[in-house]
Design a binder for this molecule. Structure first.
Ligand code: ZN
Length: 121
């Protein structure tokens, strides 16, 4: 398990993140997201009683939509082209790139780093 602190504000626009509670087959989570902006997307989730993140997703490109998701429990880093609906419809496999711990305090630097990994993987 990688210890990445739970952010209170969007690392890109610094707006307060919106909170949402949800449950799925893996557990009970709180999701925090910055969804209203057209220029970027940031979302993260943590378990009910956790101090650290379970998942985080950023968009490295908005049009076309390319999202990168960290799964801190499984130490997985996945790239998704398009929306969840696109992926389900086309039955696409998610690409993975070598896992690294993200530094959300340098958001633009993080996006550059992910793009570099995609280019070379
Ligand atoms: Zn934001």
């Amino acid at each position: 398990m990688i210890d990445v602190s739970i952010p209170t504000h969007c690392p890109k626009c610094k707006d307060a993140l919106l909170n949402e509670y949800y449950e799925d087959k893996t557990g009970k989570y709180f999701r925090k997201h910055c969804k209203t902006k057209l220029s970027h997307k940031f979302q993260c989730a943590f378990e009910d009683d956790a101090e650290y993140l379970a998942h985080a997703t950023i968009a490295i490109s908005v049009d076309p939509l390319i999202r990168v998701s960290w799964n801190f429990k499984k130490e997985l880093l996945e790239i998704a082209h398009g929306t969840l609906e696109d992926i389900v419809r086309r039955n696409m496999e998610l690409e993975t790139i070598p896992f690294f711990v993200p530094d959300f305090s340098d958001y633009d630097g993080l996006i550059r780093k992910v793009k570099l990994y995609i280019t070379f993987s």
